[in-house]
Write a protein that binds this ligand. Sequence first.
Ligand SMILES: C[S@@+](CC[C@H](N)C(=O)[O-])C[C@H]1O[C@@H](n2cnc3c(N)ncnc32)[C@H](O)[C@@H]1O
Length: 245
Amino acid sequence: MASKTVTFNFETINKVRIRFDPKMVFTPSVFSRLLANNLIIKDQDIVLDLCCGSGLLAIVAAKMGARKVFAVDINPHAVYTTSKNARLNDVGNKVIAIEGHLYQPLGDRKFHLIFSNPPQTPIFSHLENRLDCIGRAIFAGLDGRKVIDEIIDNARNYLAYTPDGTQTGKLQLVTTSIIDFDKTVNRLKMNGFDCNIVATKRHLFRKEYYMVLPLINANLFVQDGGKFFETIYVTCSHMVELVSN
Ligand SMILES: C[S@@+](CC[C@H](N)C(=O)[O-])C[C@H]1O[C@@H](n2cnc3c(N)ncnc32)[C@H](O)[C@@H]1O
């Protein structure tokens, strides 16, 4: 019987070494690096990495002083890889990798910080059904907003409250102009978040996007003949709000 050859990729990002099978687990991208370089972690924070992939961001957070990092991914290979990479980087005792859909496996846990680099590229419905685990890491419904909107809409239920009843948890997201940044800001506002842009990066428009161009043209950040789009890292403090009793 012919044996299956698995090629592992190795990367070192922010002094974090990661090892993964690129056919099964998303390769950290410019989006991942933008978030990794701008994560704001307070010492002893309990944090949540939604859509953890190889575990890069969870490991960076653990190394920056988080007390515990819960890392969730729908892809079982990503969950396995995150655990392995956490041990490889000596933070295996801090990173808890869990398989599941977004917040679903978390019960009533609360976090000081939730961060995510979710899939956020639009895709035609008839192609979505055929995606493999790498496709599901990139594409997210007809408008690309399927995952990010669910993250934003449910975040407040998982953010920690202070003893005086004010909610102070934060949400940190990396997002892109191809899914319309104004829509993201409005969604955040609707959910009571105050939004700050922390870092912006411009990229060449990648070939992979050509097939979904009809879906994203209207929202695309066009510069130099449409060759660039923006990736924007935002941090959103939850607006302080009194809880009635
Ligand atoms: C863009 S990749 C980001 C991976 C990693 N955080 C990084 O920045 O390199 C998105 C990840 O989200 C995961 N994912 C997609 N849909 C999900 C869902 N509904 N719930 C949890 N994870 C999901 C994919 O399996 C993939 O690992």
